[in-house]
Design a protein around this ligand. Structure first.
Ligand SMILES: *Cc1c(COP(=O)(O)O)cnc(C)c1O
Length: 344
């Protein structure tokens, strides 16, 4: 069964983390002379809260988890990197990914010199559970499931994920960057059931704050503690914490935008399907659609000439002939359709 102590790298287990001034005194005082900060008020002369408790409390209330279940990262990218550094011994351990999927799991695996075992998704973009169980070995520490998946757009069958959660002794990381656009249930409701579950979300997509760099990890307080131990102390800057807090106040507006984008996605998918150059539009739970066209390179270059940039996925295995189109405003979606109507 899952034993967190068995999967932490030994040097991380033994590590004495940096203790910042803000860690050593966290109460209220009238004079702070402990962190070598500049006393003149610039609005930003003080170090930010290293644990970001105010932001976490707000997220916890919205997502119905405890604040101790939350890790904040400088984008999901930092969260992925922290997971690899906490649990994967370079040149010894391995991770499993399911291509075609998000490229950063592999990039951070390579940066950390951790082997990547790729188990291809099936042609209908689902996990091959039998092949995955076969690929798991004693050196496997993390399995990255992206659902809804990028670049395909569809969600992964929850039954397949449950099978992996039950049989794998490492951590199953479910990247829910696009979950806000999906009708599928989020996995964060299952944290108390599966001790080896780690869910990632982000403020970069549905929340519209990609430039601020704010990723969120949800897991048991024990797993979160390990990652807190190794994260850079002030990984979320004060401007980002303030802007995210403000955005969290307007959750209702965000939900309205999600509804608009989901409706736009369905319109876009339908109009693409009706075009003669489009062979297939894959079902999407995200804010983009993957479309198989007669000639992906030609279509991509044609759109570039018109000043419209989409993502050419032609060289990605199982996505041959495909372009990925992000859902834009009504006007932008109209323009891409009109442009494609004129392409023979
Ligand atoms: C866009 C995206 C993210 C977001 O990454 P950030 O670093 O939080 O901006 C994460 N995972 C997937 C699959 C994505 O497509």
């Amino acid at each position: 069964m899952f034993d967190l102590n068995k999967i932490i790298r030994s040097n991380i287990k033994a590590l004495t983390p940096y203790s910042s001034a803000r860690d050593e005194f966290s109460g209220q005082a009238s004079i702070y002379l402990d962190a070598n900060e500049n006393p003149f008020n610039t609005g930003f002369n003080r170090y930010p809260d290293p644990m970001q408790w105010t932001v976490k409390e707000k997220i916890a209330a919205i997502k119905k988890v405890k604040k101790e279940n939350i890790l904040l990262g400088n984008g999901s990218d930092e969260v992925i990197d922290l997971l690899l550094r906490a649990f994967c011994e370079p040149k010894e351990n391995n991770i499993i990914t399911f291509p075609p999927t998000y490229g950063m799991y592999e990039v951070y695996g390579n940066i950390n010199n951790v082997e990547i075992q790729k188990v291809s998704l099936t042609p209908d973009f689902q996990i091959d559970v039998a092949a995955t169980l076969k690929a798991i070995n004693p050196q496997t520490k993390l399995i990255f499931v992206c659902s809804p998946n990028n670049p395909t757009g569809g969600s992964i069958n929850p039954e397949a994920v449950k099978q992996l959660l039950k049989s794998f002794e490492g951590i199953i990381v479910i990247d829910e960057a696009y979950a806000d656009f999906s009708q599928q249930e989020s996995w964060i409701g299952y944290l108390d059931i599966y001790p080896n579950l780690f869910v990632m979300q982000t403020f970069s997509k549905a929340w519209g704050l990609a430039a601020l760099r704010m990723g969120v990890g949800y897991a048991s307080p024990e797993i979160i503690k390990v990652l807190n131990k190794i994260k850079p102390p002030y990984n979320i800057n004060e401007l980002t914490q303030q802007a995210v807090l403000k955005k969290l106040e307007s959750y209702a507006d965000v939900q309205k935008e999600i509804e608009i984008l989901n409706k736009e996605r369905e319109d876009l998918a339908k109009q693409l399907t009706d075009l003669p150059i489009v062979q297939k539009v894959y079902p999407s739970d995200a804010n983009f659609v993957l479309a198989k066209v007669n000639d992906a390179n030609k279509t991509y270059n044609y759109l570039v000439d018109k000043g419209i940039i989409v993502r050419n996925r032609n060289t990605v295995t199982l996505c041959e002939g495909c372009i990925r189109i992000t859902v834009g405003t009504t006007e932008e979606n109209k323009e891409v359709i009109n442009a494609l109507k004129a392409l023979k």
